[in-house]
Design a protein around this ligand. Structure first.
Ligand SMILES: *Cc1c(COP(=O)(O)O)cnc(C)c1O
Length: 442
């Protein structure tokens, strides 16, 4: 299958090129040039299939022309070797818990899939060594680093702002070693992101090395997120609850919800979607006014959604023919202040003993507010509440438990490369690394 750029200036590229490049040369985002519908038979039997079986069928529709079935199957099965339960919360509201992977957040799915797909392409072309650059405010870095750990021919550089990520998050990508290098930047998250963007634009660097992004702009990271929408539907069907399904997605960069919208185009019978924002309400504002006005992000307690210019908006526009009304027919919006998020977490815990994280809380609140009689609602619980222990403890006046996998990370020793926010420092470092890794190929 070929992939075009949302800016439509450059020519279509192969899957391999789209994954290795991340962003198109005209700065657009890659889109598949067709989205295959899955047959009625698939939806009739979906409730009898495992998560892996469902996901393999979906993956085949996207990647089956470019990756042999046995390799693709291995990639899918290996990606999804952890639980993703659908939990009844109350009334007609369900939680799809996406936090049972290694770093306890949904980004594990896309991170692991991308790592395996990129690893497959690198292994099959002997001349390529790929460097993944990723700027993180916490969750993305850990999911990408853990996904890529030990993948041959790929080196990951995680850029993060010194002193501005939680200790739990920091340990998840600074203790791994091997092909993962953490760069501790003297600056804020925006500085890290600016460094990564400049690296992608730097001619000399790009002549000498393959650089790619592992943000949700990379289609290999965002697209596999469609798997769990099918899976959620299958679980609801099993319970006789599959009519009028509404899915609420806590959204920041809009990669997650865009994967759900793709699933709907493939035939998944979802009635509508809700994009739940924190105070960063750019998309909410767009739905109301038709104007997309990016601005600087504001800090909230749902910090993985602190995005002032959601990248995947370009994909949503493209998917719906740049038509505002069409977009409003598929997606409604919501926005919540920190105070509302905190109240939501507290009341759901007190009334129904279900513990939300600050991101999932936005998804939950939006469903509660917008669901109509006869609808079944699912919100995506995107991270384990313990990842935000300080916030949750404060809201509930409690001391919540840290799950074992997180405790394990806490035992590791932090190992980072301290760096200024000057681009020349990053560039020189990368060029030196390249010489070094060419000599010692693992
Ligand atoms: C990244 C993230 C989100 C937002 O997902 P997008 O794809 O950027 O919209 C929501 N919740 C958590 C916990 C995240 O880490």
């Amino acid at each position: 299958m070929k992939y075009y750029s949302t800016n439509k200036i450059v020519n279509e590229v192969s899957l391999e090129e789209a994954v290795i490049k991340g962003l198109a040369a005209d700065k657009g985002l890659f889109m598949p040039n067709k989205i295959k519908k899955l047959p009625a038979e698939f939806f009739e039997n979906i409730d009898k299939m495992s998560f892996q079986e469902i996901s393999f069928r979906v993956a085949e529709a996207f990647f089956g022309e470019d990756v042999p079935a046995d390799a693709l199957k291995a990639i899918v099965y290996d990606t999804l070797s952890f639980d993703t339960p659908v939990v009844h919360v109350h009334d007609n509201i369900y939680s799809l818990e996406l936090f049972h992977g290694p770093t306890l957040a949904f980004k594990d799915v896309g991170g692991r899939f991308m790592a395996r797909l990129l690893g497959y392409f690198v292994k099959n072309s002997s001349d390529k060594r790929v460097n993944v650059l990723v700027a993180t405010s916490g969750d993305t870095g850990s999911a990408v680093a853990n996904g890529f750990l030990g993948v041959e021919g790929v080196h990951v550089y995680v850029l993060y702002p010194k002193g501005k990520v939680s200790e739990i998050q920091e340990k998840q990508f600074t203790t791994l070693g091997r092909n993962i290098t953490a760069l501790e930047i003297e600056g804020c998250f925006d500085d890290c992101q600016a460094l990564v963007k400049r690296a992608f634009m730097d001619e000399e660097l790009n002549e000498k090395m393959f650089l790619t992004s592992a943000n949700s702009i990379n289609l290999a990271r965002f697209l596999p997120q469609s798997f769990y929408y099918f899976y959620a539907y299958a679980q609801l069907k099993k319970m006789g609850k599959a009519d009028n399904v509404v899915i609420s997605v806590p959204s920041g960069n809009f990669g997650n919800i865009t994967a759900g919208l793709f699933a709907q185009v493939m035939g998944l019978p979802v009635k509508r979607f809700i994009a739940a924002n924190n105070s960063n309400d750019i998309f909410y504002h767009y739905l109301r006014t038709g104007n997309f006005e990016p601005k600087a992000s504001v800090c909230t307690i749902a910090n993985a959604m602190d995005v002032g210019n959601p990248s995947n908006f370009a994909r949503i526009l493209d998917l719906y023919g740049y038509n505002h009304e069409n977009i409003c027919n598929h997606i409604s919006g919501a926005t919540y202040s920190d105070q509302e998020i905190a109240t939501g977490i507290k009341s759901l815990w007190e009334e129904h003993k279900y513990l939300l994280d600050p991101h999932g809380a936005c998804g939950y609140l939006a469903l509660k507010e917008q669901m109509q009689p006869g609808e079944t609602g699912v919100f995506l619980e995107t991270a384990h509440p313990a990842k935000f222990k300080d916030t949750i403890d404060r809201i509930l006046n409690a001391d919540i438990e840290i799950p074992l996998p997180l405790q394990e990370f806490m035992k590791g020793t932090k190992d980072t490369v301290p760096m200024s926010k000057e681009f020349s420092d990053l560039k020189n470092f990368l060029l030196k690394q390249m010489l070094y890794t060419h000599e010692t190929f693992y």
